[in-house]
Design a binder for this molecule. Structure first.
Ligand code: AMP
Ligand code: MG
Length: 267
């Protein structure tokens, strides 16, 4: 599969990336869904191994515009995984207590422990995105935050956490369709918020904020992946393949039976 990975130092231009692209997989939707099924089963095994091995942790960051599919990705990619094995942390407008702390405080509280896999549905990146777009912070602050984010993520990886960051890239036209669906489909009304249409008006400002954030925080230790996400099957397939690859690369093993149990007999 294509890597869709942002190389450190590479300038991201989102308008040059086709959200409809599915060329990274040779096969269509039907084959893609079959492969996804295999990957979800494999992910379940690897998650168990991660827990059993208990030396590593995995943090997966999902970012994207409203309707880009952060919730859908979580639902599909982890559909086969033991619910005890994964935890989702969602980041909303900061509470009073959170606002009284540095912006990384609430993120740090949610990072995975050894053996754990945690999904960030939005993340500390909101603090260089929505805050910037709404004029709550100015350039010196977001510049400083890029550095702080990189240092934070570096320390996590040095302590044994594997970090994968996915930007789910949809087109503005696709977002329009998905928002309309939220208004038209009774089973989707609950998802609709007024802020969805308001934020949509700031699309260009968001793209600028994203481009700079993705450019400045794709590091050798915590790379960004730009996932073409207009096609949901391709988005899910790509994300699960990356997670499986990353876990397989960790060379984990099931711990051996401790010496004192080697002569134990079950009667
Ligand atoms: P949702 O993900 O649809 O539940 O929406 C959560 C909302 O919280 C989004 O509009 C985010 O932009 C907003 N949000 C998340 N983190 C922050 C933050 N640090 N500052 C301001 N708004 C935030
Ligand atoms: Mg939303």
């Amino acid at each position: 599969m294509k890597t869709h990975r942002v190389q450190p130092g590479q300038a991201v231009h989102l308008d040059r990336i086709d959200p409809q692209d599915a060329s990274g997989f040779d096969g269509g939707k039907a084959d893609g869904l079959k492969k996804l099924e295999k990957l979800t089963a494999r992910l379940d095994e690897l998650q168990e191994l991660l827990y059993a091995d208990h030396t590593r942790a995995m943090l997966i960051v999902l970012q994207g515009m409203d309707t880009a599919g952060k919730d859908g990705t979580i639902r599909r990619v982890f559909s086969g995984v033991n619910p005890e094995g994964v935890r989702v942390a969602s980041f909303r407008v900061p509470s009073a207590l959170e606002s009284d702390h540095d912006f990384l405080w609430r993120a740090h509280q949610q990072v995975p422990a050894r053996g754990e896999m945690v999904l960030f549905n939005r993340s500390h990146y909101e603090d260089v995105l929505i805050t910037r777009v709404h004029g709550l912070i100015q350039r010196p602050v977001w510049e400083r935050r890029y550095r702080e984010i990189n240092e934070f993520e570096r320390s996590l990886t040095e302590e044994g956490t594997t970090l994968l960051k996915f930007f789910l890239h949809i087109s503005r036209a696709e977002q329009k369709l998905r928002l309309k669906e939220r208004l038209d489909d009774p089973t989707k009304h609950w998802k609709f918020r007024e802020s969805d249409v308001e934020e949509r008006q700031r699309w260009t400002a968001y793209m600028e904020a994203y481009e700079e954030a993705l450019t400045r925080t794709s590091t050798p230790w915590a790379p960004w992946y730009l996932v073409p996400s207009n096609r949901k099957w391709y988005r899910d397939l790509f994300v699960s393949q990356q997670i499986v690859n990353a876990l397989e690369g960790l060379r984990m093993h099931y711990p051996p039976l401790p010496r004192e149990f080697r002569t134990t007999r079950v009667r």
